[in-house]
Design a protein around this ligand. Structure first.
Ligand code: PRP
Ligand code: URA
Length: 209
């Protein structure tokens, strides 16, 4: 599918299956999301540009590769985005972080923003927006609109599960922004939940239901 990177690594798929299982504990769910986040980050950063720096190993001087430019920004859509964020920061500890508080109105499925805090220089950084679930795509698109309004230009979106309907809507609202996901599920039900999915990501992550 054009613009969609499906991360089908066996470790990701194995861990995702355990996360989907309704018998998996809150602690297990949280740990697995953190682990999968590492592997998704590996993919979404695969083409970052490198430059070189002069160093001395114990044996010789060399021009060794290092990442070029400013550190990326990880933009977490609260609450569940924070479950991915933790693992991403394990891999890229110097990344900057934006927090965007958004929840879905359960009746209308429209996004409601309650918090926004981001670095000032978004225009100069790669911004990787993270949320485990892409359902209607309303939350992701609203978050990206806010980041764009604050100057972000180079944007990627990382999720764990996407509904086909969510991908179609995301690409209509946010053309050109690549999606990285571990799975594309079957459909969105009448309540806006991904099927078979994993349920409510925030509730499973934080044990609120
Ligand atoms: C969930 C999820 C996404 C959103 C996806 O958040 O974490 O942010 O739903 O659905 P959408 O694509 O239809 O917008 P939720 O609204 O449950 O908020 P929470 O994480 O604070 O529980
Ligand atoms: N948000 C979730 O947490 N799960 C879904 O299936 C859809 C939206």
């Amino acid at each position: 599918m054009q613009g969609v990177h499906l991360v089908d690594h066996p470790l990701v798929q194995h861990k995702l299956t355990i996360m989907r299982d309704k018998h998996t504990s809150t602690a297990g769910f949280r740990q697995l999301l953190r682990e999968i986040a590492l592997l998704l980050t590996y993919e979404v950063t695969r083409d970052l540009k490198l430059t070189t720096t002069r160093i001395e190993t114990p044996l010789a001087a060399m021009d060794a590769p290092i990442l070029e430019g400013k550190k990326p920004v990880f933009a977490s859509i609260l609450r569940a985005g924070n479950g991915l964020l933790e693992g991403m920061l394990d891999l890229v500890p110097s990344a900057r972080v934006a927090h965007i508080g958004i929840y879905r109105n359960p009746e209308t499925l429209e996004p409601v923003e309650y918090y926004f805090k981001a670095p000032d220089d978004l225009a100069e950084r790669l911004v990787i927006v993270v949320d485990p679930m892409l359902a209607t795509a309303n939350s992701a698109s609203a978050a990206i609109e806010r980041l764009k309004a604050r100057g972000a230009r180079d944007i990627r979106f990382v999720c764990l599960l996407a509904a086909p309907e969510g991908i179609e809507r995301f690409q209509r609202f946010q053309p050109g922004i690549p999606i990285y996901t571990a799975a594309i599920d079957e459909y969105l039900n009448d309540h806006g939940y991904i099927v078979p999915g994993l349920g409510d990501a925030g509730d499973r992550l934080y044990g609120t239901k």
